[in-house]
Design a protein around this ligand. Structure first.
Ligand SMILES: *Cc1c(COP(=O)(O)O)cnc(C)c1O
Length: 340
């Protein structure tokens, strides 16, 4: 199969239309079997539920080429499971996770020519999503839905090298207790846009959100979970019901324990103890781990000992091990790397 003529190394993180996308419609209480289509446009009523009351959820994953030339994706069953949970919370019909995985693999396969080669650092980003499509004006869940999967090639995350981030503790809240912070829904992003635009204006890369009720505990950023390393080499991640359960973070915790022999703990993390950590990183599909060099708490700077020029040593080991597992150079736990 011939690859598209794309300068993989120069790609950014933007939308590039690829040849095929998967579409399935939910009507009269059932999903149809779905098709691949070349039509990239969505045509829905001006009064569609998604447009009026934001009934929409999504997933994010990637497909890439391993060292030995296979096209694979990483733990798609967990994305399928998470999307089931997101759907239930927003009163949307569940798209069954086995069907989800099939649809994802089918869409990647159809766009094989856009999967970047091994070593390019680029990947094919995969975006499954679902929205209420029929007219809804009285506030209630839609009766009809569309589930879609599209792909778009994206460039290497650390283009031009790793640069540790400077983040600020935000005065805005991301998620309420008993709210929707734990599901992957567009609504959580819509309300974070003002906070991130403002953070960028003030010279910060990201917002660190705190728990909304006591504002003493660390939650996450707008789109990535935190991982900390203590000065005695223990890996710590915040525990909270309003954090989105990152698949990357869950995988890294297992890598820390089973591959690196480190202690890895999910527990409440207090703002007070931030200055005691040796390393900090943000985890998510896009970067795997993005190191944080500095946290600013209302003018007070907390500089991580790992500094502003490279990843800390434990962060680096975690990063190298997980990316090695993904790329097929380190043996993966059963079911983590799924061939297309
Ligand atoms: C998607 C997402 C993450 C990262 O999850 P991964 O499964 O690792 O990609 C973290 N936080 C939020 C709010 C997210 O939406």
């Amino acid at each position: 199969m011939e690859k598209k003529n794309i300068d993989w190394a120069e790609l950014g993180f933007g939308y590039i239309e690829t040849d095929y996308r998967f579409v399935s419609n939910y009507k009269n209480g059932a999903w149809d079997e779905g098709v691949l289509t070349e039509d990239s446009n969505v045509v829905i009523s001006e009064c569609a539920g998604v447009l009026q009351y934001a009934q929409t959820i999504f997933e994010g994953m990637k497909a890439y080429t391993t060292a030995d030339g296979r096209i694979v994706t990483f733990r798609p069953d967990l994305n399928g499971e998470r999307m089931e949970n997101s759907a239930e919370r927003l009163e949307m019909p569940v798209y069954p996770k086995d069907e989800f995985v099939k649809a994802v693999l089918k869409t990647i396969k159809a766009n094989e020519a856009y999967v970047p080669p091994y070593g390019s650092g680029a990947t094919l980003y995969v975006r499954p999503y679902m929205f209420g499509s029929n007219p809804v004006i009285g506030v209630k869940p839609a009766d009809e839905y569309q589930f879609r999967v599209f792909t778009t090639p994206v460039g290497p995350y650390f283009k031009g090298g790793v640069k540790p981030l400077t983040i600020r503790i935000s005065d805005f809240d991301r998620a309420a207790p008993n709210g929707t912070g734990h599901i992957k829904a567009g609504l959580n992003y819509a309300m974070s846009l003002h906070a991130i635009v403002d953070a960028h204006k003030q010279g910060y890369d990201e917002n660190m959100y705190l728990d909304a009720s006591s504002r003493t505990k660390v939650e996450e950023t707008g789109g990535a979970n935190f991982l900390f390393v203590t000065r005695d080499g223990k890996v710590v991640t915040p525990k909270s019901d309003s954090i989105l359960p990152s698949i990357t973070r869950r995988s890294l915790m297992q890598v820390a324990r089973e591959y690196l022999g480190l202690e890895a703990e999910e527990r409440e993390v207090y703002v007070e103890e931030l200055a005691d950590f040796a390393e900090c990183g943000l985890c998510g599909t896009a970067a795997v781990i993005s190191p944080v060099g500095k946290i600013v708490d209302h003018g007070k700077e907390i500089c991580l000992p790992s500094g502003m020029s490279e990843m800390g040593p434990v962060t680096k080991k975690l990063y190298d091990t997980l990316t090695g597992i993904q790329m097929g150079t380190i043996k993966a736990p059963e079911g983590w790397v799924v061939e297309v």
